[in-house]
Design a protein around this ligand. Sequence first.
Ligand SMILES: [Ca+2]
Ligand SMILES: [Ca+2]
Length: 329
Amino acid sequence: MIMKKNKNKTRKMGGTRVSRGICKFLIFICIVFLFLSLPLLAREDNDKRNIIFQIDDPVGDDWGPGSYTYPRYKHFEPFKGLFDLTRFSIIDADPDYILEFAFTEIRDPWRSKYGFSHPLIQIYFDNQPGGSTELFRPGARVKLDSNAPWDVMLNITGWWVRLFRPTDRERVKSMKIPWNDTKNPFELSEAVVTLEENVIKVQLPKTIIGDLSKAKFFLLIGAFFPFGEDHYREVKKVSDDWAFGGSTNPELSPRVLDILVPDGMVQEEVLKLSQNARDFVTIPYIAISRGTESMIFNEKILIWVVTLIVIVLLALVIKIKSKKDPVRK
Ligand SMILES: [Ca+2]
Ligand SMILES: [Ca+2]
């Protein structure tokens, strides 16, 4: 009896030793995992901003269909990056939205109001039933995908933020207001524009722009020229001091230098005119809801998957331990 008791005790001690070893190993894994995931969690905690959409754009593609060259005047130095959008984000800062446009390079040779002389940003949102499938004004020389009829357009330069709706088209046509007149009726006085490093941030009330959580949009980056057609700088066959070069057909070539395209599409192909083109190229829309789903997907899923694995492993250890340890039965 004594021997049997000792044997049981030995088995119990052996099982306990093995289980303790595995438990220690799992605790170690948990600690390592927690250590690794803390920066991710902390980042979300510290960054209280609710980013509802974010999309990266390739660096160095402010060349439209791949062939455009910069104007030659010194104010366009360093002759690259000035129109190169690298990331676009929408932050829900209730009751406002903050739109963030990151560029490779921001310079201000003409000393603009907001500190950026070069980009002309036009963003068309489809966030209500109905709307228009035509550009507000034709200066960009592109067409918009008719599956996202827009309801509100923001026109952003270093001197202003203006908001237009399709119904404003006729009114704008008949208006003759100097380009930099702050009394322009479409000036969005509620918009707050800031520049941090190379990121242009535009904060504006949700009540004005409407809900963006399920919107579709088109984002066009051109070169701001106060006296150009709809403030777009010209694109010719060959660059001169003030115009871009690299167009195969200046009458039809897009005057946009950088755009966002959905996954699976290539900007250079979208903006390239076919040899026998008789019309402007069509720009695809981007859907915000899809971007929201992919947001921080990797980090959150990683945390949950590892936690689940640890729980399953712990459950298995307890089960094995209870099988190996007859005293527990
Ligand atoms: Ca880009
Ligand atoms: Ca692009």
